[in-house]
Design a protein around this ligand. Structure first.
Ligand SMILES: NCc1[nH]cc(CCC(=O)O)c1CC(=O)O
Length: 318
């Protein structure tokens, strides 16, 4: 049965419990408080444990895609929203599947943070400075493939956990360097661990990197109204374009796909890169057109890249 919260009941904001997820939930709460002149008590942050947070799965040093793919960190949160246990959910858009469960809508995007990856190392200043055979820690299939393509000499090791855990691994000498989203570091107040940034011209970030999205029930008009002033126009155009690209490529699992759109006046410029998981081959392409046609442009670029790739290139599609 549909629960009918009283108009004065606190709005329940669902989130994972990681330091980054909490920072994103607090940012969302602050923006809601400012937009509606509401006190902190008008909101309740509800921490939800997801399969992806399951310690035993994380401890097993398996690539995340073997553990369960993209819905891994979102399933339980979306279930809580369908059940009415929470009213809205705050997500890192780059971790979100391109299609939402029935009854839910994800179209509220906050102003985007830095979209670049950061180069993090205790010994070296940049990717170019890494000596031959250096060890890079990463759990991201995209970063792994992009790095293997550009620097076949590098050795990759599986690297997971929060930023503190990863820094400890660097201290212990498990790897010489790692790559983290600048957006996450900035939100955690840890941007000083970044030695340099990877420019999109050198390596495109993940689709939707650096963007916080807020999901709600489609039928919940109270939440629709509350979120309206938070919806950032430029983020909306860019995310529609990038997510259409990913959706058309069927990037439903963690896939070696990178993509970034940039607004230039009333135009949008989308660049994409698709790689073989082992980094032995990559295809890149770009498209430009009216920003309001972003979704169609994203689909068109994806179709063009699918058509131009060798037949066995998309063996990872699922
Ligand atoms: N896959 C984990 C994840 N999801 C979102 C971010 C960073 C924040 C963002 O991109 O918005 C990260 C960590 C990372 O890649 O360093």
């Amino acid at each position: 049965m549909e629960q009918m919260p009283s108009p004065n009941a606190p709005l329940k904001i669902g989130t994972r419990g990681s330091p980054l997820a909490l920072a994103q939930a607090y940012e969302t709460r602050s923006r809601l408080m400012a937009a509606h002149d509401l006190p902190e008590e008008a909101f309740e942050i509800v921490v939800i444990k997801t399969s992806g947070d399951n310690a035993s799965l994380i401890a097993a040093d398996k690539p995340l895609k073997e553990v369960g793919g993209k819905g891994l960190f979102t399933k339980e949160i979306e279930e809580a929203m369908v059940d009415g246990g929470i009213d809205i959910a705050v997500h890192s858009m780059k971790d979100m599947p391109t299609v939402q469960p029935e009854g839910l809508i994800l179209n509220c995007y906050l102003p985007r943070e830095d979209t670049r990856d950061a180069f993090v190392s205790l010994k070296y200043d940049s990717l170019d400075a890494l000596p031959e055979g250096a060890v890079v820690g990463t759990s991201s299939l995209r970063r792994r493939a992009q790095l293997a393509y550009r620097r076949p000499d590098l050795k990759m090791v599986e690297f997971r956990g929060n930023v503190q855990t990863r820094m400890k691994k660097l201290e212990d000498g498990v790897a010489d360097a790692t790559f983290l989203a600048r957006a996450g570091l900035n939100r955690l107040g840890m941007s000083d661990v970044a030695k340099s940034s990877i420019e999109p011209e050198d390596m495109l970030p993940a689709v939707a990197q650096g963007c916080i999205g807020i999901e709600r029930r489609i039928a919940d008009e109270r939440c629709a109204e509350l979120l309206l002033p938070l919806m950032d126009g430029p983020s909306g155009l860019r995310l529609a374009c990038e997510r259409a690209f990913l959706r058309t490529l069927d990037g439903s699992c963690e896939t070696p796909i990178a993509g970034l759109s940039i607004l230039e006046g009333d135009q949008i410029w989308l660049r994409g890169e698709i790689l073989r998981p082992d980094g032995s081959e990559a295809i890149a392409d770009a498209i430009r057109g009216p920003a309001t046609d972003g979704e169609a442009l994203g689909e068109e670029l994806a179709r063009r890249m699918l058509a131009s790739a060798p037949a066995d290139f998309f063996s990872w599609r699922c």
